[in-house]
Design a protein around this ligand. Structure first.
Ligand code: G6P
Length: 363
C-alpha cells in the first residue's frame, strides 16, 4: 500500500528519502508551468492586510516556523513572531493591530496549537493552517488551509513535514511579496531554487555511508552533544538537536554558536560531540568555524556540516549550495540522517521512540 515500508528498515529513512519528491510535488501544487505562484488569492490578500504574522506551533513544526520566518520577513516586509503553542495557550502577548495567525502542524491535531486557535477564533482574527493532513481539526477550524502534501508521515520523528512546511510557506511568502510589488519577491526564482534544493537533498542522501561512519566514530556512546550555528543555521541547529534527542536519547542542545562562550562552553569535555552547521553566509561562516575551534581546544570532537562554497576541512559533511532563503531545508538533511543513524546503530526503535506520540491531543 501507499504507506508500506517497502524494503526500508524504518519509516523514518523512507520519509527522509522522499523529500526530493515532496519538494517537486510542492512546485507543481503551488506554481504553474511558467513558474507563477498558484496560491489562493484570498490567503494572499489576508496576509497582505496584516501588520504582523504570528506563527504558532509545537515541536518540529515550531522549528520549521523559524525557517519560514526568514522568507516571510524578507519577501513581505511583515514582521513575524513565533509562539510556542503550549505557552500561548495560557494567554497571548500584546497583539499588533492587524494580526494574521499561521498554525503549523503536521498532524493538524495538536491540542496545544488548537487551544490557541480557539482563542484566535474567539477574537475573530484570520488564520491559516499549514498541515499535512487534509480535513484535520486545525484545518477545519482555521480560516484557510495550505496543504503540505508530503504523504503520510508515519515515523514519530518528523522529517519531510519539516522541510515541506518551510517550502510551502516559501510559496506563500513569494506570492504575498509579489502582490505587494516587492522586488525581492519578484527576483526570487522559487521554482528554480526549490528544484536545486531537491537536487541538493539527493546529493546528501547519497552520502549515507559517510554519515553512518561519522556517527559510529562520534555518537555511539556519548550522553550529550551540541549543535551550533548562526542565523539560519541556528534554526536548523534547534531542529537537529530535537531530532537527535527524540530518537537516540542523546541529550543535545541546539545553540547559537556565538552564545556558547557565554556559559554553555563549560560543558565541553574530552570527546563531547559538537556538530556545527555552516551554510553559505560569509558574514557568519568564519565566526562559526572559530567557535568550533574554541570547542576543539577544550577537547570536543567536532563534526562540521558545511555548505559548498565555504572553506572546508577533510572530514566535513558537504551540502550542495542552495539559495540562502531555503538553506534550512537542505542543511537539515544530514542532521536527519545523523539522528537516524545514531538511533539505529544504538539498536533503538527509530520509528517509535519511548514516551512520544505522533500527535499529542492532550494539553
Ligand atoms: C508531537 C510529535 C512531534 C511533533 C509535535 C507537533 O510531539 O512527537 O514530532 O513535532 O507533536 O506536531 P504537529 O502535528 O502539530 O506538527
Amino acid at each position: 500500500s501507499d504507506i508500506g515500508k517497502g524494503t526500508y528498515p524504518f519509516y523514518m529513512l523512507k520519509e527522509i528519502d522522499e523529500q526530493p519528491t515532496v519538494m517537486r510535488k510542492l512546485i507543481s501544487t503551488y506554481a504553474d508551468e511558467n513558474g507563477a505562484m498558484k496560491v489562493d488569492a484570498e490567503i494572499v490578500k489576508a496576509v497582505q492586510e496584516a501588520d504582523r504574522i504570528y506563527i504558532i506551533a509545537a515541536g518540529t513544526s515550531y522549528n520549521a516556523g523559524f525557517g519560514a520566518k526568514i522568507m516571510l520577513e524578507a519577501l513581505t516586509n511583515t514582521p513575524v513572531e513565533l509562539g510556542v503553542a503550549s505557552e500561548w495557550g495560557y494567554g497571548m502577548p500584546l497583539l499588533s493591530k492587524k494580526p494574521f495567525f499561521i498554525f503549523l502542524s503536521q498532524s493538524g491535531e495538536t491540542a496545544d496549537s488548537r487551544q490557541v486557535l480557539v482563542k484566535v477564533n474567539e477574537l475573530g482574527l484570520p488564520s491559516l493552517t499549514v498541515t499535512n493532513v487534509p480535513g484535520s481539526t486545525l484545518s477545519r477550524e482555521a480560516t484557510y488551509t495550505m496543504l503540505i502534501g508530503a504523504g503520510p508521515e508515519i515515523a514519530v520523528a518528523s522529517t519531510k513535514a519539516y522541510t515541506g512546511q518551510i517550502a510551502t510557506l516559501a510559496f506563500l511568502a513569494k506570492a504575498v511579496g509579489e502582490a505587494d510589488g516587492k522586488e525581492e519577491a519578484k527576483e526570487f526564482e522559487l521554482v528554480k531554487e526549490l528544484s536545486l534544493v531537491a537536487q541538493s537533498i539527493e546529493a546528501t542522501l547519497s552520502e549515507k555511508e559517510k554519515i553512518a561512519q561519522i556517527v559510529k566514530e562520534n555518537l555511539l556512546t556519548t550522553r550529550n552533544a551540541f549543535y551550533i550555528g548562526r542565523k539560519q543555521d541556528y534554526f536548523v541547529a534547534m531542529e537537529a538537536s530535537l531530532k537527535l534527542k527524540e530518537i537516540s536519547y542523546v541529550q543535545c542542545e541546539g545553540f547559537a554558536a556565538g552564545e556558547l562562550k557565554h556559559g554553555t562552553i563549560s560543558l565541553i569535555e574530552k570527546d563531547t560531540p559538537v556538530l556545527a552547521l555552516i551554510s553559505n553566509n560569509p558574514e557568519v561562516a568564519a565566526h562559526t568555524r572559530g567557535n568550533v575551534m574554541e570547542t576543539v581546544a577544550r577537547g570536543s570532537s567536532a563534526i562540521v556540516i558545511v555548505e559548498q562554497g565555504q572553506e572546508r576541512e577533510g572530514d566535513d559533511i558537504i551540502v550542495n549550495a542552495v539559495h540562502p532563503y531555503l538553506s534550512a531545508i537542505s542543511m537539515v538533511i544530514p542532521t536527519q540522517l545523523i539522528a537516524y543513524e545514531t538511533s539505529m546503530q544504538r539498536g533503538l526503535d527509530v520509528d517509535k521512540p519511548r514516551n512520544l506520540a505522533k500527535a499529542v491531543t492532550v494539553e
